[in-house]
Design a binder for this molecule. Structure first.
Ligand code: GLN
Length: 485
């Protein structure tokens, strides 16, 4: 048995049944990491020693007959913008290359309490700005399906690590699509939970009004398992909400009979890479076969989604990035005589091109004289976009669309044209603007490259998107090779 081929649920069962030990599980995954990491670069940092210690503690618990947490023995990767106490958290940036956080984020506490085993910190676009993991200071991650292609982004390391079986599960963050689009590009499952379901305490913010931590897994069941562990109200995050805790695994069923599904006509009118639309339409037909009611719907403000997202995200970025001043923490230039030079040289030397571009764009749209025209206007359109979804969910349980308009592209193909990179987010960003939830699951392959189906649900209706995703996974048979490894 190759342990690294097991799903998280299988690992859990085999550990409980004493078929394998936690130590064996972790050893097997580090062995796999040694084998493939040189080609992939999915991790910024590995935490082998801590992982082995945790594994031994879990094995002791088993020996002593103690209760095991729901993630017992499961190897997990953490996107490197999630604060880990005592372990470097770089956000993929030179600015934080040597930053060692003095506190723990809530999601990490929850994973540790659940006996999960963290193997390391995964690679990402610098400060989560990007759709290909190419803006990382630590070099790009490659797509395990085709090493010449990008894994998507910004949680590209997290998705690639799961796809390559370096870990069974990983945590990512999603501000405009950064969990779903890499999940789509790597042919795995990714959930962006409803805004407020998972604590953001300890997530280095990209844009506070849009960010959510979520899960990437090999299949729907695994993702549901981890979502159940990390969700829940947290007094340390005032935007997390106190809603009834749901056992997603227990509620998971594959019955979509009578489920009302909306297909937004505006999304399907967008330009896409060849083959994507066909695969998504096939997926929609499968839902019909399974007894769901499918109807075309309209989201009239969809065409403004991307522009609205980029105005809001850059505005919040320009404000968030101000904390990196070379004084409090992070990188500090050696070349300065005045305070201004300290600020300017620090930020010029330690931020990459995309970060600088967004700081400038955001500063402009927030500046007096321009904010009414840009930022304030974007806030108003955001409300219209949210209202479109609210109206749709009065009648429909879920909405289906492609996750991304493109297939995994070649490394370097879009780095010269920020706009073409931004277009990757066209179907995902509106979900963040509206604060609702969505999942991406693999729904087919075009020339060996995966296509993601996005299933969108209303606020705190994760149960609906999981159910639909689970039904699809059960009833579709997908191919897909891991080439190049
Ligand atoms: N690709 C989007 C961006 O660059 C999404 C980022 C994210 O979700 N973190 O802004």
């Amino acid at each position: 048995m190759d342990i690294t081929n097991l799903t998280a649920m299988e690992i859990r069962e085999k550990l409980k049944g004493k078929e394998i030990s936690s130590r064996e599980i972790v050893d097997a995954h580090f062995h796999r990491i040694e084998e493939v990491e040189g080609k992939l670069n999915a991790f910024i940092k590995l935490t082998k020693e801590e992982a082995l210690n945790t594994a031994d503690r879990v094995d002791d618990k088993i020996k002593n007959g103690e209760n095991l947490g729901p993630l017992a023995g499961i190897p997990i990767g953490i996107k490197d913008n999630i604060i880990t106490y005592g372990v470097n958290t770089t956000c993929g940036s030179k600015m934080l290359e040597n930053f060692i956080p003095p506190y723990e984020s809530t999601v990490i506490k929850k994973i540790k309490n659940a006996d999960g085993i963290i193997l390391g910190k995964t690679n990402m676009d610098e400060f989560a700005m990007g759709s290909s993991t190419e803006t990382s200071y630590f070099g790009p991650t490659k797509n395990p399906i085709d090493l010449e292609r990008v894994p998507g982004g910004s949680s590209g390391g997290a998705a690639a690590a799961v796809r390559a079986s370096e870990v069974a599960l990983s945590l990512g963050s999603d501000t405009g699509g950064s969990i779903r689009q890499p999940a789509s590009f790597c042919g795995v499952v990714g959930i962006k939970p409803t805004y407020g379901l998972v604590s953001r305490y300890g997530l280095v913010p990209l844009a506070n009004s849009l960010d959510q931590i979520g899960v990437i897994g090999k299949n729907v069941l695994d993702a549901a398992l981890m979502l159940g562990v990390i969700s829940g109200n947290d007094l340390k995050d005032p935007t997390s909400l106190d809603i009834e805790k749901i056992d997603y695994l227990e509620r998971l069923s594959e019955d979509v009979k009578g489920m009302k599904i909306g297909i937004p006509k505006e999304y399907f009118a967008e330009e896409m890479d060849n083959g994507i639309k066909d695969e998504v339409i096939k997926a929609i037909k499968l839902f019909e076969t399974l007894g769901a009611d499918v109807e075309e719907i309209s989201l009239p403000n969809a065409e403004y989604g991307l522009a609205t997202y980029y105005l809001i995200v850059t505005s919040e970025i320009s404000s968030n990035m101000a904390r990196f001043d070379g004084i409090r923490y992070g990188y500090r230039t050696k070349e300065y005589e005045t305070l201004d030079e300290l600020y300017i040289n620090t930020r010029s030397e330690a931020f990459g091109e995309e970060v600088k571009r967004r700081i400038m764009a955001g500063t402009y749209s927030l500046s007096s004289g321009h904010s009414d025209q840009y930022y304030n206007k974007a806030l108003k359109v955001r409300t219209l976009i949210k209202d479109d979804f609210d109206k749709a969910f009065e009648k429909y349980d879920i909405i289906l669309s492609p996750t991304a308009p493109n297939l995994p592209f070649k490394l370097g193909e879009k780095t010269k044209s920020p706009l073409s990179m931004y277009k990757s987010d066209i179907f995902t960003a509106p979900v963040n603007l509206a604060g609702i939830c969505a999942i991406s699951i693999p729904c087919g392959y075009v020339d060996g490259l995966p296509v993601g189906l996005q299933i969108i649900g209303d606020r705190f209706k994760e149960e609906n998107i999981l159910k639909a995703a689970y039904a699809f996974e059960k009833h579709s048979s997908l191919g897909g090779e891991i080439n190049g490894l």
